[in-house]
Design a protein around this ligand. Sequence first.
Ligand SMILES: [Zn+2]
Length: 663
Amino acid sequence: MLVVLVPSLLILMLLAASCPAVAGETSPWAAWPAMRERGGEVLVWNRAYRPGPTGLPERMRSGGRQMLASPVRLDISCGGKPLRLRPVTALKLVTKPESVTYSAESRGGGVDVTVRALIEPDGMWRVDVEIAPNAEVDLTSLRLVIPVTREHSRLLHWFPIPRNWPRVTFPESWIHPNSGARPKIWQSPFTPCVWIGDEDGGLEWFAETDEKWRPADADRALTIAEAGGAAELTAHIIEQPTRLRKPLKFTFGLQAGPVKPRPAHLRQGRFGYTHWGVFGMETKVREGTSPPVTQLDYLKGLGARFAGMHEDWTDYQGQPRVMDPGKMKSLASACHERGMGLVLYHGLVIPNILPGFEALSKDCLTEPEGANYIHAREPTQYDYPACHASRFASEWCAGIEELFEEYEIDGLYLDGAASPIPCANTKHGCGYRDASGNLRPTYPIFAARETMKRLRAICDARKRPALIVAHMSTMLTLPTLSFADLLLTGEQYWKAPDDFRPPLEFFRTESMGHNHGLPTDFIGYAPLGGEYARTIIALHNAPSSWCPGGTDMWKLYDRFDVDGAKWAGYWSKEPLATTGESNVLVSGFVHKSGRALLAVGNLNREPKQVTLSLAASVKGLRQAMDPLTQEKLDVESAKVDLELGAEQVRWIWLEPAPPRTGP
Ligand SMILES: [Zn+2]
């Protein structure tokens, strides 16, 4: 039951009032400004939210753009008649630096509707609804409608539903794409998160459970349809006649993105994260270097600022046991001497070789066993995913805090652990029995969010840049990911057929991060590696050390100074150049000093010869060269002829013509 699964709002409010952070930890909110209220509007970073008289979200502005075409509404019918609700209390916001709460009551047609809400600094807006009958009533239908502004809703993502999960992630993701262009009409069984947006921002709806839901058609529990200036997301909560004898409660949330300000240590387009570090890399010489440099210095030379180490640092997956404490300390201090940070791979899993596994697993693992990904590694073990709603999550966070204290590490790589993994383990309050007696999963979004808050606080207590890398593999859950720094996705396609290429909207939705305020690294494993990966990260301004050309981009971005430049993607109203070919696209930067850097990407699987036509904004730049090869390119009447290999990207650096000299 939901009331068991998550703490009541009252408890949350008490916690917010009396206990902002565990002793010794800072708050998780260091990245966000204090919350404010202005004339009934709640102001969070870059966003302004206004609750309506019934307490439901009425306006949600993000970066100056109105994300709601009209107020969120509950369409309720009793005895076949639509119900009209009248507010009976005036809404009063209780504003604190780290939370805004309120409640509102309305009445009509024999029911009282109470809305209690919590808004937090990252823009997470939780809404608890209670519909209480004065006497028994026949509830004909109950739908929650979120009208998202149509012009900001070209893209769509939904959480991979259990029917397809883990198949969405492994190994048939290409059959069930869950990120891409928003179709005019969409329908889905219940899924806990639906994000609608574009390349600049978006709005995510979320709910942990469909326990109380009785849609007319389980395959249409959630729908999107266009209506006027809106793309309306509808949650079909009740569509089968229901005799309402006691209050009906349900919870949902909304969060507009981007979710956080750009951190100071995101410099020149990157945090500089690299993976696959090993013990001893601070002394081992990198093969083929002349003069010889250590593996760590080699990474630093590529522009790395964080060295990530995979699971090899521990023998028990998901536990804070360090196999070689001396080597760990040596590596951490070598990183610090170089101005770098050490990041450790971690998962919310329990290995079956852990003493006490039997008891812990019964209480804490996600169920059913085998529904989610089970990891295997050496020393021989199976690592089962644990649940954020279980007691293990707290123990796990405490272990991580010890790692930070003992080894002075600088961040965490969370392999799936930032996501609300579906769970039907009733021992810790997850799951429920449906009307036919089947056990169905719930999604511990709020528990995962609390874990992430705690990890953020542990990181920020270090008082130096610390990185949370969330490997979310197509689980774009803003209320849990907003506490991460860097997202990772793309690995879900590693078993796709060789000729598979996702639609470009997939990258714009979940693989670049500009729209979420969460920089995202694409993992370019085959079949999406090689030239293709190099091209796709360039076109999306998403330099990733997991792709060929990723660290070349780091260096190029440094040379060009992208921090002093404005970026325009190939989809913008005015791209910096066009090629006349639909599959040869141009994205790029214009620096405040006037120079420009273009990425021209050929998405065809054969070479192409194109003529680039420079847009008005860069027309005056008459000197061009390929900055990777130093080859000079001719600019004639704002046109550049270019040869591109199959799926190849070419960079073009444009400068104003030198001033005329001489007579
Ligand atoms: Zn659970």
